[in-house]
Write a protein that binds this ligand. Structure first.
Ligand code: COA
Ligand code: ZN
Length: 322
């Protein structure tokens, strides 16, 4: 278990995982304004966008401008998803702090999402590793479908750990274990995270969870118990992969932060600021968002006592006296 005083790192992915699946194109200026607000909320990392083919992900066709125009805050790492060399060159030219390379643990999802076999992705991404290392840019690798593929089912732990090992051996700083379509359950999360920690004790590890089947926060706690201290989450609970059938939103950033802070864990994240930002989302995306604290309020946002309380108390006391 991560120690009680040890800082946990919350990484916002809403402007990438969230916006990539929205039908409405979010204007570039709105994306930048949202990122600038999130930059002031104490998040460790913000996944700003993805440098993918604009034909594949039209919602993020403005990646270069967004990355160049945001107001950087010290202490925040600005990362972006990168599928190939072309994306890496664009990301580096735009001043991205970290490249988050992406491939899938399952062959079928990799082919659908990236139009390459896993071996082709691996080979191309290892070229990207060389490029980034030459440019002095940090690297992380996100392994999609690490906890299950919607077409293939459960992905064996050894496949995930094998891919992670290839990237870590090449000098990548961190690996993100992604539950792309919310197939994981807490026992499985604990098992893979523990196996990862045992095999790669020095490597950075992030959990990227989707709440597709309502297990998202339970899975985050299972990861925490297995020594994970970095979590991706999406403001308002937006999110989903357009190339994965049945994909829905990530675990919701403000719900995750609310839970961890209620448990007394150290986060340094401004929940009120996140909630204010989340409140702007429905207007931006044109529909309600799944976040629950946004609707219900924080657990200690107390409701006013109804005026009828004194009358109810007097009647209750009269009954005991009678
Ligand atoms: N940025 C901009 N344009 C790119 C690009 C990139 N990173 N990679 C490829 N392209 C362009 C090429 O220039 C080419 O353009 P053209 O048709 O005008 O000549 C076109 O895209 C096709 O290039 P190709 O190398 O054949 O790629 P592809 O069509 O096989 O697509 C990917 C491969 C990986 C680039 C594409 O599938 C992709 O971007 N997928 C994103 C998946 C994703 O983000 N999923 C959700 C997150 S998990
Ligand atoms: Zn995702």
């Amino acid at each position: 278990m991560t120690g009680a005083g040890q800082r946990l790192f919350i990484q916002e992915v809403g402007t990438r995982d969230g916006f990539q699946i929205e039908a409405r194109f979010i204007p570039t200026a709105d994306k930048i304004a949202l990122i600038d607000t999130l930059s002031l909320c104490g998040l460790a990392k913000i996944e700003v966008t993805s440098f993918t083919s604009p034909k594949a992900i039209p919602a993020l066709a403005d990646a270069d401008e967004v990355m160049r125009s945001l107001r950087r805050q010290p202490g925040v790492v600005y990362t972006a998803l990168v599928p190939n060399l072309r994306g890496a060159e664009r990301a580096i030219a735009a001043g991205t702090d970290e490249l988050n390379l992406v491939m899938s643990a399952s062959e079928t999802h990799n082919l659908l999402n990236l139009r390459m076999t896993r071996e082709q992705s691996l080979a191309r991404l290892l070229e990207v590793v060389d490029l980034a290392q030459g440019a002095g840019v940090a690297l992380n690798v996100s392994l999609s479908t690490s906890f299950g593929c919607p077409m293939e089912g459960v992905v064996p732990e050894d496949v995930v750990l094998g891919l992670a090992g290839r990237f870590l051996a090449a000098g990548v700083g961190g690996i993100t274990l992604c539950d792309t379509t919310g197939m994981a359950h807490p026992g499985q999360v604990a098992s893979l995270c523990r196996a990862f920690r045992t095999r790669f004790p020095g490597a950075g590890a992030t959990l990227h969870l989707h709440n597709t089947r309502g297990m998202g926060l339970a899975n985050a706690l299972a990861g925490l118990g297995a020594g994970i201290d970095r979590f991706d989450a999406s403001l308002g609970g937006l999110g989903g992969c357009p190339y994965a059938p049945g994909a829905t939103g990530n675990i919701c950033t403000e719900d995750l932060v609310h839970m961890l802070q209620a448990m007394g864990l150290a986060l340094d994240v401004d929940l009120a600021g996140l909630l204010m930002a989340a409140r702007t989302l429905p207007g931006m995306v044109g529909h309600e968002v799944p976040g629950q604290v946004l609707r219900a309020g924080r657990s200690l946002d107390l409701h006013p006592v109804p005026a009828s309380l004194e009358e109810i108390r007097a009647r209750a006391l009269a009954q005991t006296q009678a």
